[in-house]
Ligand binder design. Structure first.
Ligand code: SF4
Length: 532
């Protein structure tokens, strides 16, 4: 009998924390951890050394998830999907462990063949992190703990003589293309990428064949003549006169709904998926490159029941790229008119499981108001109210009519770009009236095409909302532009060197808004309601 599992799956601490149930605190992983350039004679250095956000504070908020003998009680949804897919594809339950990051060493031994790490922002290059760390001038906690995890995995392998192949997957693996030295430093055997550039692959459709091939050594060499749904690419990078290599494994799979397994163990924050893809086509987004698929209500219910039964969860956090697209066909539906009946049936089915709270992760503002009965009807179904606010993340992106029309015109459908300001104002009003609170994200330096006039238009729009609707409730988070989706060939927006007064103004305005109108007024209420 094996003493160690064949496959160990894990993620770093920042992705495996309930964050003490504080809404939006999961973004705290993007906070700066270390400043390696701090003047050793400075007061700050004497007090904090290299620390920016004190680690004791971070570790308190980012409390570790529960576990039983090292088995994580809750895990990121994507990791649970890979676990479920391996079991579906014939791996025995004891062969696959989803390990708590603090206890991963326990499961690594001579018989371990593969270690899969789930990585969303491994090198701190995500848009939120790049904003908080001034374009990676500081090391973020995301990067700090991901590094820590890899160093501990390597130490455990060395100690036990394990030859396990470490493979990094999930939506953040594109970052290794920009800092390939980390591939060697972390001892990564391979990096999983999707079929379109760096887009996160949907490995849960073919996890069994993937891990079989990995363990059998089929990815050791690139073989362009072998027909396979996986293609190995050995990339060469030249950095500072040094040549570096990385093995990137591309996965072509786009599983149909029937090929997507249901989770078998509880997910973090009660997350369950209801759709993949989004037909709106924003050029700065990679989600839209995926084919659009919807889960039927019964499939959603089965996953919620797993979370309730094995995780004791009473909420369902509905992963949706644009919940208001659920159930429509973007090719045939005129003007992306929401399928209200389908959305209502979905939420009725979710509530019928007996959970107490649900909220979708994402939705568009235009979709929210395109059918005037949609938000009021869904609100009744999910029982929103003064003690049950519904948090939803919405892309505000920019106040610039020029930029929104150029890069995201279908995000506004059925409205026109010149109606964007009206859409933003009206949707806030309708969402707030029904006890929904949008958390807006804005993109700074969109495709490096944002002029000072565009930035001032953004500032003006936020100011107008505050003055015209002084009781409105929303948060605004500025993110720096990251080249993904159809803009993947563009450059990162360099916040450290290309900040102009107008963009600084956007940053100031958004944080002033959050402090004055957001955090003080309502965040604690939403916080209690939206997490496990
Ligand atoms: S609406 Fe959102 S998910 Fe859909 S393409 Fe645009 S940014 Fe991406």
């Amino acid at each position: 009998m094996r003493r160690y599992p064949k496959v160990v799956l894990t993620a770093d601490r920042t992705l495996m924390s309930p964050y003490r149930g504080i809404s939006l605190a999961s973004f705290f992983g993007c906070a700066p951890a270390l400043d390696f350039n701090r003047d050793h004679n400075s007061f700050l250095y004497h007090v904090l050394r290299n620390q920016v956000t004190p680690r004791v504070l971070f570790d308190f908020i980012c409390n570790p998830i529960e576990h039983t003998n090292g088995y994580a009680s809750y895990a990121p949804y994507g990791l649970r999907k890979v676990e479920a897919a391996l079991i579906r594809d014939g791996y025995r339950r004891e062969d696959v462990v989803v390990a708590h990051p603090d206890h991963v060493e326990k499961f690594i031994g001579p018989e371990t063949e593969a270690i899969g790490t789930y990585e969303m922002d491994p090198l701190g290059m995500g848009p939120v992190t790049m904003t908080f760390t001034y374009g990676r001038k500081h090391m973020s906690y995301d990067e700090f703990y991901n590094r820590d995890l890899h160093l501990r995995i390597n130490a455990a392998k060395a100690r036990t003589g394990s030859k396990a192949k470490v493979i990094a997957g999930a939506s953040g693996t594109w970052q290794y293309n920009y800092d390939p030295a980390k591939i060697e430093e972390y001892g990564l055997y391979g990096i999983v990428e999707g079929e379109l550039g760096g887009i996160g692959p949907e490995i849960d459709g073919a996890a069994g064949p993937f891990f079989d091939a990995l363990i059998a050594g089929e990815f050791d060499m690139a073989n362009p003549f072998k027909k396979s749904q996986f293609k190995v690419e050995i990339k060469e990078f030249v950095r500072n006169d040094k040549t570096l290599h990385g093995r990137f494994i591309h996965c072509w799979n786009e599983p149909s709904i029937d090929e997507i397994p249901n989770i078998v163990n509880p997910s973090m924050h009660g997350m369950v998926e209801v759709m993949r893809g989004c037909g709106r086509g924003c050029k700065f987004c990679d989600v839209t490159l995926r084919p659009l698929r919807y889960y039927p209500v019964e499939k959603v219910q089965k996953e919620i029941e797993v979370n309730m039964k094995y995780g004791g969860l009473k909420n369902a956090w509905i992963h949706s790229d644009d919940i208001f697209v659920y159930g429509l066909n973007p090719r045939t539906t005129k003007n992306m008119q929401p399928n209200r009946e389908a959305i209502e049936e979905l939420f009725k089915g979710i509530m019928a499981t007996g959970i107490e709270h649900t909220n979708p992760t994402h939705g568009t503002l235009a979709g929210a108001i395109a059918d005037e009965r949609l938000i009021p009807n869904v609100s009744k179904i999910i029982k929103s109210g003064p003690d049950n606010h519904i948090g939803i993340q919405c892309g505000f992106e920019t106040g610039s009519i020029r930029l929104i029309g150029k890069y995201a015109d279908r995000k506004l459908s059925p409205y026109r770009p010149d109606e964007w300001h009206w859409v933003v104002k009206n949707s806030i009003k309708i969402l707030n009236e029904n006890y929904w609170v949008p958390a807006f994200t804005l993109i700074m330096g969109l495709n490096n095409d944002e002029t000072p006039e565009d930035s001032w238009e953004t500032i003006r729009l936020i100011h107008e909302i505050e003055t015209e609707q002084p009781d409105s409730k929303f948060t605004t988070t500025p993110l720096t532009f990251v080249p993904i989706g159809l803009l993947e060939k563009s450059d990162f927006y360099d916040i450290g060197n290309t900040m102009d007064p107008a963009k600084l103004g956007v940053m100031y305005k958004t944080w002033q808004h959050n402090f004055k109108y957001g955090i003080q007024k309502f965040m604690s209420k939403v916080g209690r309601a939206t997490t496990q």
